[in-house]
Design a protein around this ligand. Structure first.
Ligand code: G3I
Length: 490
């Protein structure tokens, strides 16, 4: 998977990789990796990228007005799938009238956070406006081609991939009857792929479906289709396994199935991962969900050609599950309060991140950051300071920001226990922090190490971050001193 993915990475990604600040990651502060300076990753995206992969989420237009959701999305994930904004009912609600505003907003957010975009979706029987299904069959092909050409051209160069055709199969592996099969038979799929390729030759073109994750009739049908398309030279780059699972029921053949598709010469992506359970969630089911997430991530990582995993929605409040499956929910890695669940920590571990105190049955890990000092955060500060260098990265929205701070020990001896004092711009109030305690919340504040990151070896670095409200001034903190010695910027 690595080579293709690395080649497809956006320029400037290295900078974003340094943006460790993550509302969610922070919240799971203990998931910090301890690799060489600059290589440690605390977020899903950093960890995935270190493995040549990505970790994505679906986002909707309404999600963009939530600072909680955007803070997590912009830091934890490096791939975005618009939840609804690129579907036909939004993009061409009436014949020839195109509306790309909502999709453009998602793309703008993605660009601003160095995320790529999975375009979703060009041709689908659902969320299809009535005018298309009401067309005489003789006019459907032209309408489909115009739709694909116009939308794929609009987003040319801005999307990493397209789900060109979504959910084409019935459960028994027969082709779904819809406006497109009625008009063109099975040939609509090849036509759609060729049309999309002509409009945006660099976009990876996918077929996407659910209940094809394990071996079975539906998955076999997709396999035969892809095999046939490849033989005909039709442009197809990948198959999306939606992966809407039920706890404890992830197919054991997932990895083998990924392998057989990639052996055809296409990529596989886990495109819409969630793992539902009856609500309220039981401790046992949350633990099983963690096992399931790790299993899915490991299955993808194990197969060259499985390019990445995307979750369908940032947190449980954003999930489609409760609205569609009565009595079910809790299907994502973040709980109702956007606290990372056991599934998050299991995913971090599967991606090669550091281990963390595992939430035992609770939906909230005990690793939530605190801005109040605790006993574990009382370093024995050496009387002498240490030469230091500090870099900051701020990610701001209307009234809030996250700031990540990296402090490098540029002195000749190790630091064991540290207190980094600094000045917050006026109007900023710290609301939480990770990898350090930060106190007080405004003005002249100090960040103190936690028990697990007290040491900064000579030449080494450590990072911490905080979230703050602001009243208009979202500038970075300044005037840093490490154990009383002024630091240089860098
Ligand atoms: O926009 C209307 C709004 O005007 C109206 O007031 C409201 C009343 O119900 O409905 C709104 O539309 C909803 C739409 O999402 C946008 O929010 C639809 O009812 C609702 O059915 C639709 O659900 C979407 C679903 O696809 C439709 O099949 C989900 O948000 C979306 O997450 C889901 O995503 C799909 C993938 O595209 C394909 N794979 C399965 C996945 C889950 O169903």
């Amino acid at each position: 998977m690595a080579a293709q993915l690395r080649a497809a990475r956006r320029p400037g990604r290295a900078l974003a990789v340094l943006a460790l600040a993550a509302a969610g990651g922070l919240l799971a502060a203990a998931t910090v990796g301890s690799g060489p300076a600059g290589a440690a990753g605390t977020t899903l995206r950093d960890l995935a990228e270190a493995k040549g992969s990505y970790f994505g989420t679906a986002l909707t237009q309404s999600n963009l007005s939530s600072s909680t959701i955007t803070a997590i999305a912009g830091t934890q994930f490096d791939m975005v799938t618009p939840g609804n904004e690129m579907k036909w009912d939004t993009t061409e609600p009436s014949a020839g009238n195109f509306n790309f505003g909502p999709g453009d907003q998602i793309v703008s957010f993605a660009k601003a956070h160095s995320m790529r975009v999975r375009g979703h979706t060009l041709v689908w029987h659902s969320q299809l406006p009535n005018w298309v299904s009401s067309l005489p069959t003789s006019q459907v092909q032209a309408a489909m081609e115009k739709h694909i050409t116009t939308e794929a051209t609009h987003y040319k160069g801005q999307v990493y991939s397209w789900d060109v055709v979504n959910e084409p199969f019935n459960e028994d592996g027969t082709l779904r009857t819809d406006a497109f099969t009625n008009a063109m038979g099975s040939g609509y799929i090849a036509d759609a792929l060729r049309t999309a390729h002509a409009a945006d030759p660099n976009a990876k073109l996918y077929l996407n479906d659910y209940n094809i994750e394990g071996l079975g009739a539906k998955s076999d049908a997709m396999y035969q289709l892809v095999s046939s398309l490849k033989q005909q030279g039709v442009p197809i780059d990948g198959v999306g396994f939606e992966s809407h699972f039920i706890v404890g029921q992830v197919p054991s053949s997932l990895k083998a199935n990924i392998q057989r598709f990639t052996a055809l010469g296409v990529n596989v992506a886990i495109t819409e991962l969630d793992d539902r359970m009856p609500v309220p969630a039981s401790a046992a089911n949350l633990a099983q969900q963690a096992t399931d997430y790790a299993y899915v991530v490991n299955s993808c990582l194990a197969v060259s050609g499985c390019v990445g995993v995307s979750q369908w929605g940032v947190g449980d409040p954003d999930s489609w599950i409760p609205g569609f499956f009565s009595g079910y929910g809790a299907a994502t890695m973040y709980d109702d309060n956007y606290q990372p669940k056991a599934a998050y920590n299991a995913t971090v571990t599967a991606l090669g991140g550091g281990t963390s105190p595992s939430p035992s049955g609770s939906t909230s890990p005990s690793s939530s950051p605190s801005s109040s000092p605790s006993s574990s955060a009382s370093p024995s500060v050496p009387p002498t300071g240490a030469a230091c260098k500090v870099s900051t990265q701020v990610s701001a929205w209307n009234t809030g920001l996250t700031e990540n701070v990296t402090v490098t020990n540029t002195g000749g001896s190790d630091v064991n226990g540290w207190k980094l004092a600094f000045t917050l711009p006026g109007g900023q109030t710290v609301t939480n922090a990770w990898n350090a305690t930060v106190s007080p919340a405004t003005g002249q504040v100090a960040a103190s190490n936690l028990s697990y990151n007290a040491a900064i070896p000579a030449g080494g670095s450590t990072s911490f971050g905080f979230q703050a409200n602001h009243t208009g001034n979202a500038a970075a903190a300044s005037g840093f001193t490490l154990n009383g010695v002024a630091c240089t910027a860098g």
